[in-house]
Design a protein around this ligand. Sequence first.
Ligand code: AMP
Length: 589
Amino acid sequence: MTQDDAAATSPVVGIDLGTTNSVVAGWVDGKVQVFAEDGTALVPSVVGIAPDGRLLVGQAAMNQLVAFPERTIASVKRRMGQAEMLTLADRTHTPQEVSAIILRTLKERAERALGCPVTRAVITVPAFFDELQRSATREAGELAGLTVERIINEPTAASLVYHAGSDERRQIMVYDLGGGTFDVSIVRSEGGVVEVLASKGDTSLGGDDFDAQLARHVADQFLEQHGVDLMDDSRTRWRLLTACERAKRELSTATTARIAEEFIATVGEREVSLDVEIDRHDYEKLIADLVDQTVSCADDALRDSGLTLAQIDELILVGGSTRTPLVQERLRAEYAREPQWSVDPDVAVALGAATQAASIAGRQVGPVLVDVATHTLGVAAVEGEGYFDEELVFVPILRRNSPLPARYEDDFSTRHDGQEKVQICIYQGESPTLDENIELGEFFLEGLNASDGCDGRIVVRFELSVDGTLAVTAIERRTGISRKLAINNALSEMKRQSKTTAAERLADLEGFATTEIVEIEEAEVPPNATRQQKTVSRAQQMLPTLGEEDAADVQRLLTQIDEAKASGDTAALDGVVAELDDLLFYIAG
Ligand code: AMP
């Protein structure tokens, strides 16, 4: 089989899972292309259940958003990584389940275009997404039946489209303003390598907020005139927001737009219609503060990158909201550059993801991707001497903007001699104050050598892979006792709910056939065994030498250990390990 044959049998697609719209692209006829249907590449990121119980995705769901807001979910990307359940008609779903439904639709679209099954994907996320949000995105992909080969940052993907294959050194600001999220990155493309120097963003700022500002303005006028607040009723609010979104787009090319909605409210006995004209200048005043926020974020990213403005060669615009004239004007004025958007800003990210996907599938497409850590990662530690002085502080180990893959470690002391266990609490964030950062997970390193002193006893190692999977290992230096936690798996809220439950909830949703779900595995690999591992490995070594009855007893306890581990029941686990220990002692005796 040639390299090309191998790649052809297993296509990898690129997916831009957007707040407003999603796009899937892949390798066709020697180049990356978006998979469009009915004349459009954009699939609205909307999921609904029709009154007759049918599952609706994309435009069909979008069409019922105004009529049945309670049966429809939009902008789910803003909820990714959160524990809350979303209501969809009479059902509830996690954000990743709703995203899985959108991803499944994109997967099917790609399969129709390529004429073969598609099971592998590169999915993009805003650079500012934290570990929880990335992890939830990965899980959504798995629930949709996709192996998520890489999670890459949206601006990084966009820069890949502009500079795939070029050897020339370019330093680029990628400004990405979509429907619900904003990201800005400073990237360097050189010799076929794209490196993200810095990323900043706001996961809840985008074109939706422009719509909301305009809607509030129109609703205030209506309230003054008719005494009814159009934002109070969910159906009316959606009608108004949809009309404002349309007007906003018109204002990108025209200087005025009309917002007209027939019989939008009942005032006394009368049905009243809405009919107002909006001037571009007035609209721009409404959104000026939001645009300023994006510019100050861009300034921060530039500062973080260590480059000066003069060193920026190019300013690339990505995301539908960059069509807003005020955005382009502000950027032109602030950065003295003509913004580039020669690749359609709606599909640039998906094309970049497909470029990366194609290179994973073995195609010769250009740059290798070097990404950076988007957040600082570290642990909680006690600082100060004595009871009253002690304070929990954040100790950074792997700094923001470290090139990936990254591996950093630091030494820690125990609080007193002979301490037998330590708790490792993992945090993500930029603040020296622990509480202002996000806790990602925790674990204990137990069975430490009681005869050791405190100083520099424990090494904590952070390893962050190119797709943002974090592994944290704590090691007792002298004995080598260690424990490792893979954050990508162990972190997620979804783990608490279990993937199986998620799959079951999707399975009974009409129109969504689930594929096999792989159970999440928690990594815990102590090379120098704990009591449990020693006992298990001794039992396994003894098994072939035992008589039938003893072997059956040992096997029964080994199975019980597996079950206790799988259910996370540590009390039961300790009990069975002790029983096995006793049994081995008795047999050996
Ligand atoms: P994206 O998340 O990149 O798909 O961008 C979607 C956002 O772009 C939505 O808020 C749209 O309302 C907005 N958008 C699309 N076209 C335009 C336009 N011509 N002018 C201003 N905003 C637009």
